[in-house]
Write a protein that binds this ligand. Structure first.
Ligand code: ZN
Length: 158
């Protein structure tokens, strides 16, 4: 099935996000492959001249990873090298994605505290990280996109 770009924005249009089809494809195929297990990775992209966040690429990460992203990058030369290359191409860390197998794509309490920690951690250079969650099953996927602000607020995009 060919995926299309996803466009989402906050009610006040202050936050606008495009997830390109290639990133959606990776996210859905990793989610499918993980079956009933939760899986996830990071979102890479840029902010365009209109202030819209454009997610160009999503990565998977080893299932054994129990570290936060920052620790993960320092320990995993593959992803660190990828990000270094992306940085040169003006592509940056924009946030995280993960799956909620057979559950709604609603951020959990743990998700919220993880994203707040990322927003407040200068190591990520990402004060307003995006969280994309894939919920539901293969035949009825639901995707939520939430932006987390440094003040602790979470803004749901539609
Ligand atoms: Zn979650």
């Amino acid at each position: 099935m060919a995926e299309a770009d996803i466009h989402a924005e906050s009610a006040d249009a202050r936050f606008r996000v495009t997830v390109e089809a290639g990133a959606i494809c990776l996210i859905l195929s990793n989610t499918r492959a993980a079956k009933s297990r939760e899986t996830g990775g990071i979102l890479i992209g840029h902010i365009d001249s209109d202030g819209r966040a454009v997610i160009r690429e999503a990565t998977g990460k080893p299932r054994s990873s129990i570290f936060g992203w920052y620790t993960f990058v320092r320990k995993t030369s593959g992803l660190a090298a990828l990000l270094k290359k992306q940085w040169r191409e003006n592509q940056y860390y924009l946030g995280e994605w993960h799956s909620h197998p057979s559950a709604p794509p609603t951020p959990s309490g743990q998700d919220r505290s993880t994203m707040r920690a990322i927003a407040g951690d200068n190591g990520y250079c990402c004060p307003e990280p995006i969280l994309l969650i894939v919920g539901g099953r293969d035949d009825s996927r639901e995707i939520s996109i939430t932006v987390f602000l440094r003040n602790g607020q979470a803004v749901q995009l539609r």
